[in-house]
Design a protein around this ligand. Structure first.
Ligand code: GLN
Length: 550
């Protein structure tokens, strides 16, 4: 029987509940406890796939093709398990399932209500993830903040589960925030007390309180006070200060005794704990010996969460070379052929990430052209591959009348066009080409060498594809397809032949990168960027004429 650990949030949103959940997963795994994670999102969208990145940040794609909350990315990166669609449950899915059952006649004669129908559906989904994965511990994070109207049905389901399971089989962790009042120089516990009262009003008494702070000291008195007012053990009140890197959080929780507490309180069969590899990795991340500058040219750069997995994949690849990655966020709408050299001045590599819609597209094409002509390492992710193809095709065909039909349906040269399986699909939700597909690599190509494999499985989220009618002309120009679907019909990777590293992928490699296993393509990008950076430093040292002042 799996153990269920429920994580709720209080006081404010964005306190890092997802990272805390992921970090707890890591410390349990470091004790050889098998772990799975599930996110319960209170909104009524069936999944976040139809939401704007401005609303929701990145959409994370699992290998089985679910479009999920970005917290699933944190879970995968920290616990190093491939999750499935069962790990992402929204209130929209819960309603959808219950209403479908009602229409089918499953509840014939009954009045369908939040309790027990929605709550039963939720409990069944939570329990099924334990069954599907066989994990010893399932950590369930509830999105939003306690007190939100939307989250109440989830909390009621949790309350019921806590009664139905044995006391040692469930644990409720509440993540709160302790504000610091500068005028009086003290940290305040009142919002935490209120938040716990709200949780209790829903029938849930927390067992553990994780107190996020902005690095302000949480004294023994503060912890005593929280323990007393919130009725939890003193050692179950854990301070979680803001740290420089999210990857520091597992060790922080471990050192505060959270792992011992959880395993002891829940009577989990655990092995010896060993977080040493993780600590070494984080230490490497924190003490880089070199640095490269990577420009990310996208249209949602105001909201860094929109490119979360790209940013993390770069950090992982940097750590492999003890290199710090300085990301230069460049707004694609601000880039044009006239200013691209200035905007991308001094960068050692360029990434054009995924995206949808026409806005900012010409800026991305300009960035691809700059990378190709100036031999700057480039990695194009999904849309980033498509703009690289458009750019090369404009050069190859000698005309600007080249585009993706996503941006110009009437273009005379549709080098990127709708996937045949997409023709006639009007519904937007969950209808893209989604999830992991096999890609065959061309031996000896840049991508093939980077992977060191003949075949890989990578995750997709797109509707458009490389138009094979242009393949020969583009290959003779120097843009070669070096990865394709096993039947050869879909181009999955393109690269520029005479270039240090200019590779575009129709898939999203960023979703598979892990801190201790950086993605081969990101790793190769950083490797080539580093030698370029070292080369230009050398050039500066020897080649710069000393200008005498007169
Ligand atoms: N908009 C493009 C498509 O649908 C690219 C999608 C993406 O970058 N994820 O094909």
């Amino acid at each position: 029987m799996p153990k269920y650990i429920f994580v709720t949030g209080g006081v404010v949103s964005s306190v890092g509940k997802g990272i805390t959940t992921a970090a707890l997963g890591r410390i349990l795994k470091s004790r050889h406890v098998s772990v799975s994670v599930q996110k319960l999102d209170p909104y009524l969208n069936v999944d976040p796939g139809t939401m704007s990145p401005y609303q929701h940040g990145e959409v994370f794609v699992t290998s089985d093709g679910a479009e999920t909350d970005l917290d699933l990315g944190h879970y995968e990166r920290f616990i190093d398990e491939d999750l499935t669609k069962a790990s992402s449950l929204t209130m929209g899915q819960v309603y959808n399932a219950v209403i479908q059952k009602e229409r089918r006649g499953d509840f014939l004669g009954g009045t369908i209500q939040a309790v027990p129908h929605l709550t039963s559906e939720i409990k069944q989904r939570v329990r099924s993830i334990g069954r599907i994965t066989g994990a010893q511990a399932v950590i369930i994070e509830v999105g939003g903040t306690v007190g939100d109207i939307e989250g109440q049905v989830f909390l009621e389901a949790i309350r019921q589960m806590r009664r139905e399971e044995a006391p040692e089989d469930t644990l409720a962790i509440h993540v709160t925030y302790l504000p610091y009042i500068r005028a009086t120089g003290e940290i305040k516990t009142k919002p935490t007390q209120h938040s716990v009262q709200e949780l209790r009003r829903m029938g849930i008494q927390p067992d553990v309180i994780l107190c996020r702070t902005d690095d302000d000291p949480v004294t023994a008195e503060t912890r005593d006070k929280i323990a007393l007012f919130c009725d939890v053990e003193r050692r179950a009140v854990v301070a979680v200060p803001t740290v420089r890197s999210i990857y520091e959080v597992p060790a922080l929780l471990e050192d505060a005794g959270l792992g011992d507490y959880v395993v002891g309180r829940m009577q989990i069969q655990a092995g010896g704990r060993d977080l040493s590899d993780w600590r070494r990795l984080v230490d490497r991340m924190m003490h880089p010996t070199s640095r490269v500058k990577v420009a990310v040219v996208g249209k949602y750069v105001e909201l860094r969460d929109a490119y979360l997995s790209v940013k993390e994949a770069l950090i992982h690849a940097g750590a492999a070379f003890d290199t710090e990655i300085e990301i230069v966020w460049v707004h694609s709408e601000s880039v044009d052929t006239g200013n691209v050299a200035a905007q991308l001045h001094g960068v050692d590599a360029i990434i054009v990430p995924g995206g949808f819609g026409e806005r900012g597209i010409e800026g991305k094409v300009a960035a691809a052209q700059h990378a190709r002509e100036k031999q700057i390492p480039y990695l194009g992710l999904c849309l980033g591959m498509q703009v690289m193809v458009v750019e090369s095709a404009r050069a190859a065909l000698g005309t600007d009348a080249v585009n993706s039909t996503e941006f110009d349906p009437e273009t005379p040269n549709p080098v990127i066009s709708l996937l045949s399986e997409q023709q006639g699909i009007d519904e937007k939700g969950g209808t893209m080409r989604l999830g992991a597909y096999v890609c065959r690599l061309t031996p000896g190509s840049k991508a093939g060498e980077a992977y060191g494999l003949d075949e890989v499985r990578e995750r997709h989220r797109h509707r458009y594809e490389f138009n094979n009618a242009y393949r020969e002309r583009l290959e003779s120009f120097g843009l070669v397809a070096t990865g394709s679907s096993p039947d050869g019909s879909l181009v999955e990777i393109c690269e520029i032949r005479d270039h240090p590293f200019m590779v575009g992928t129709q898939f999203h490699p960023e979703f598979r990168s892990r801190p201790d296993r950086p993605h081969p393509l990101f790793k190769e990008l950083v490797r080539v960027a580093r030698s370029r950076a070292a080369g230009s430093e050398r050039q500066e040292a020897v080649g710069q004429p000393v200008v005498a002042s007169n």
